[in-house]
Design a binder for this molecule. Structure first.
Ligand SMILES: *Cc1c(COP(=O)(O)O)cnc(C)c1O
Length: 481
């Protein structure tokens, strides 16, 4: 299996192997990596995979994408990642070994639970694998990496819990001082591992993000201090997410003759991109239902063919904050397939996007071709979230978080009657307590292991908005080892 860039020119951007692209982000030409052809899954394989455990299935799926890690090593990595101990926050302990159990709300309509990992959000599903893959590859090469990131919540904590205690890896995670919930702060800042560094910046999330950009644009510093990232365009994260679409399909259907629909609360298009890839591999997905919140860049595209990224100033701050995006960083992967995998078209379209503009495919054959990919889309607002959280609790006795509520709302409107629909549950309600209290007048339950984490000692460095101060701090820690 070789990987190419969505903007690549076969001569200029040589194809890469999985481990060659594992630690990087964007391709050098600014594109995103994808397999040169999607591996196909035969009917015989589907029949065999139906009976596998999560870890066995993960090994089978990942083996289609990874051919430069010896199978026995990959098996060991996967077995260590997808265990009942890591995914033990399931509300039903008897289901812990299932990793991503389905919770049926009514016949043919349920939730695929992806939030049973250590930080109670679906990002753990991929990030935990990334941590083990990074450690393995760095050990082999005798190298190390300093991961630098900015977070407003979910991504940073998922990255820290995945990388804690791993050799060869340090994490420097910037967050906006005093602007995360008590729970999110406690989750990150209570980590005492020597390789995890929390930096609270006296500013907003965008200020933290700008510091990351400034440090990464200092190419000499970046190379010298081996600065890396784990953002959502990382190919291995997308590949890891493909696994649970297969798992959900087997849990939601009785035979491989049936189709299924998935509804996905979307932000950067990472999660649903994995669903698209599973479908391209031959998994019988009849419908991919994309849900956005008020930040409806993606809903607009799937309805009209116009992709119109917003400026940061036009991005709403909502009560499903992990979907508050102005442009969808993984979207280029899907458009590459939509335009017949022609990198010249992608270069042209993204020259507009990268210059702050938009593009319009509405009167092109590409847009006419869109139904072939199975997408439908809709949006959800704060009022919809509150109503959905209330209705789901009253009708089914189930509390859902705000992002999952967006998915549920749109799924109820767009589900097909002739196939089961699974809504991807992307976080547990306890992460977004305030809105749950607003909707239901009571607090959500918390997994026992998280009770009182606000009282644990915290470890955090508070800094001004100053990229040089962050650089100095990194140098100190690296040279201090
Ligand atoms: C990151 C996140 C999303 C959005 O996922 P994308 O892969 O960016 O589309 C949705 N819900 C939650 C809770 C998240 O953390």
């Amino acid at each position: 299996m070789r990987y190419l860039s969505t903007r690549g020119d076969a001569t200029q951007s040589p194809k890469k192997t999985f481990t060659e692209i594992l630690l990087g982000g964007l391709a050098p030409d600014g594109g995103l990596y994808l397999p040169e052809a999607y591996p196909q899954v035969t009917r015989a394989e589907l029949d065999q995979w139906r009976g596998l455990s999560y870890a066995e299935l993960a090994f089978a799926v990942l083996s289609k994408f990874i051919d430069d890690i010896p199978p026995a090593d990959l098996k060991a990595i996967v077995d260590k990642t997808y265990t009942a101990e890591v995914y033990c926050n399931g509300r039903d302990a008897s289901k812990a070994g299932e990793i991503t159990p389905v919770r049926w709300l009514e016949p043919g309509f349920g939730l695929l639970e992806l939030s049973n990992g250590p930080t109670l959000a679906f990002k753990d599903m991929a990030m935990q694998l990334l941590g083990n893959l990074f450690e393995y590859v760095l050990d082999k090469k005798g190298e190390e990496i300093n991961i630098l990131g900015a977070t407003s919540g979910d991504t940073g904590s998922a990255a820290e819990y995945a990388m804690r205690g791993k050799h060869g890896i340090r994490v420097f995670m910037l967050s906006p001082h005093g602007r995360m919930s008590d729970f999110q702060r406690a989750q990150m800042y209570s980590l005492q591992d020597a390789n995890i560094f929390n930096i609270a910046v006296r500013g907003m999330f965008d200020d933290a993000q700008d510091i990351v950009k400034a440090v990464s644009n200092d190419h000499e510093f970046k190379a010298r201090y081996k600065i890396g990232a784990v953002n959502s365009i990382n190919w291995a994260r997308v590949a890891a997410q493909v696994i649970y679409y297969f798992r959900g399909y087997f849990a939601g259907t009785r035979s491989n003759d049936e189709k299924i629909a998935f509804a996905v609360p979307s932000g950067n298009f990472g999660n649903i991109c994995a669903g698209h890839i599973a479908r391209m591999m031959g998994l019988p997905i009849g419908r991919l239902i994309l849900a956005t919140n008020e930040n409806d860049v993606l809903d607009e595209f799937f309805r009209t063919g116009i992709y119109r990224p917003r400026g940061t100033a036009d991005t709403w701050t909502t009560t499903s904050p992990s979907m508050d995006i102005s442009k969808a960083s993984n979207f280029e992967r899907f458009v590459f397939d939509l335009v017949g995998r022609d990198p010249a078209v992608i270069r042209e379209l993204w020259s507009k996007v990268d210059a702050g503009g938009s593009f319009d495919l509405s009167r092109t054959p590409f847009f006419a071709d869109l139904p072939r990919f199975g997408f439908v889309s809709g949006k959800s607002t704060h009022a919809d979230r509150l109503a959905t959280i209330r209705r789901t609790y009253e009708k089914f006795g189930v509390m859902v978080d705000t992002h999952t509520a967006d998915g549920l709302k749109v799924a109820q409107e767009l589900r097909a009657q002739d196939m089961p629909t699974l809504v991807l549950e992307t976080a547990l309600p306890t992460k977004f307590e305030e809105t749950i209290v607003e909707a239901l007048g009571r607090k959500p339950e918390r997994p026992v292991a998280m009770e009182g984490i606000e009282w644990l000692p915290q470890r955090v460095e508070v800094m001004e908005i100053d990229a040089d101060a962050v650089k100095r701090f990194i140098v100190q820690q690296v040279e201090n080892r």
